[in-house]
Write a protein that binds this ligand. Structure first.
Ligand SMILES: [Zn+2]
Length: 305
């Protein structure tokens, strides 16, 4: 089904709707955990130690990464080069060193954040599986279920790359949930910047988005939109002060000055659903939230610099 869908996409690639309707991020959070996460962040961002660390020019956080390739068809056994291309993309996006950062509208330029986070690839595992594809929140993270168990999730960001069903591009686990399944799962066609990566998700930005969730960031529109983007509301908030309210996810490459909640949408933010070529930035508010999350939930990683 997925291959057929992608084939159709190639045939009708000029249709924005067909291209962009495929984007699905499977990340979700329970109400209870969101409440806990938000209260932890609220407290931690006031911690003087966090402010000191953030303002220390020499302080960066090094996140050790392990990439687990779980493949059925040999095409899914992506190359080391493709894995490295994703690492390069992450280290550009999270440092505001991406070549397209200059495209950020003047209005938002002063909000652009260097996250001061460096991703360091520490290992790659390769596992052949009998499973043809994986669904959301299931076995790829477990050896017993046809995937592979994580490395110590307190010390590593685990990223599994496999064939996810239909339009699912990736999903992450928010902080505060089960450590056995902590990490990010990516579809092999939305990972890296070459090889099997498919337009419009061919620049590594889906992984930046999912790691944003792993760092405690919500979708920029605050997840208050109906399934078909018809239920447009401005109540939901991503709990970050410097990102404007937005009613629903953006698709494709929106026009510059679109605004759905009385201000210009920040559709160029990595936590929106915009195509890879039109997402360029995180904000300083998002950085503060992410650092607060690392400090509280991922101390073994936070202390590495
Ligand atoms: Zn998402």
């Amino acid at each position: 089904m997925k291959n057929l869908f992608i084939g159709l996409l190639l045939l009708i690639s000029t249709s924005l709707f067909a291209q962009d309707s495929t984007r699905v991020c499977g990340t979700s959070i329970t109400k209870e955990n969101a409440k806990m996460l938000n209260s932890v962040v609220e407290e931690k961002i006031l911690d003087p130690q966090l402010t000191d660390d953030l303002t220390n020019a020499l302080r960066t956080i090094k996140i050790p990464v392990v990439v687990h390739i779980v493949w059925n068809d040999s095409v899914q056994n992506i190359s080391d080069e493709q894995i490295n291309s994703q690492m390069i993309a992450l280290n550009e996006d999270f440092r505001a060193r991406n070549k397209d950062i200059d495209n950020v509208p003047i209005k938002y330029k002063n909000l652009v954040a260097d996250f001061k986070i460096k991703f360091v690839l520490k290992g790659v595992t390769r596992t052949h599986t009998d499973r043809r594809e994986f669904a959301h929140q299931d076995g790829v993270k477990s050896t017993l279920e046809g995937g592979i168990d994580p490395w110590n999730t307190k010390k590593y960001l685990n990223i599994w790359v496999c064939d996810l069903y239909e339009g699912l591009l990736g999903y992450a686990q928010f902080p505060g949930e089960d450590s056995i399944t902590d990490g990010v799962v990516m579809d092999y066609e939305a990972f890296g910047t070459g090889g099997t990566a498919q337009e419009p998700y061919h620049m590594g930005r889906v992984c930046s988005h999912e790691i944003g969730h792993w760092l405690g960031l919500y979708h920029i529109w605050g997840d208050d939109c109906g399934w078909f983007d018809t239920d447009q509301k401005c109540d939901g908030d991503d709990m970050v002060k410097d990102t404007p309210l937005q009613s629903c996810p953006s698709r494709g490459c929106p026009s510059a000055n679109i605004g759905t909640c009385g201000s210009q949408d920040m559709w160029m933010n990595f936590m929106d659903y915009t195509s890879d070529e039109c997402t360029w930035m995180f904000t300083k508010g998002q950085r503060k939230r992410a650092w607060a999350v690392l400090m509280h939930y991922r101390w073994d990683i936070y202390k590495l610099f």
